[in-house]
Design a protein around this ligand. Structure first.
Ligand SMILES: [Zn+2]
Length: 119
């Protein structure tokens, strides 16, 4: 299977139910928002620069919107929660659906699995 091929089923567990998520660079968005808030509060403390503070806030919101709209997509398996960032998004897959997710309870962490094992 080539890397650019669309996923039909999960390569790890074989589950055919997958969903897509936006591959948003969360740290970049967080840095933009924190920088915007600090700049806004600093500029708004002085009445002479209050308008500049509003423009910084508006420009930051526009920048976050551009980052959001240009972010790619990645695929996630409902059963094993494996994430596949290197495959092209399959148009047949939709966003996360709670109804489908109820069929696949989240996998237990390793500690709980050992705890439940009587050996
Ligand atoms: Zn899987």
């Amino acid at each position: 299977m080539s890397v650019e091929q669309q996923l039909e089923k999960c390569p790890k567990c074989g589950c055919e139910e997958l969903f897509v998520r936006r591959d948003l660079p969360r740290l970049l968005v967080l840095a933009i928002v924190v920088g915007a808030v600090i700049s806004f509060l600093t500029l708004c403390s002085n009445p002479a620069t209050r308008v500049a503070g509003m423009w910084v806030l508006a420009g930051s919101a526009l920048l976050v919107l551009i980052v959001y709209l240009t972010a790619g997509w990645y695929t996630v398996c409902y059963r094993c929660r494996a994430e596949f960032h290197d495959h092209a998004a399959n148009r047949m897959h939709r966003s996360y659906d709670r109804i489908i997710a109820r069929k696949y309870p989240p996998p237990l962490p390793a500690k709980e699995s050992k705890f439940n094992n009587p050996l």
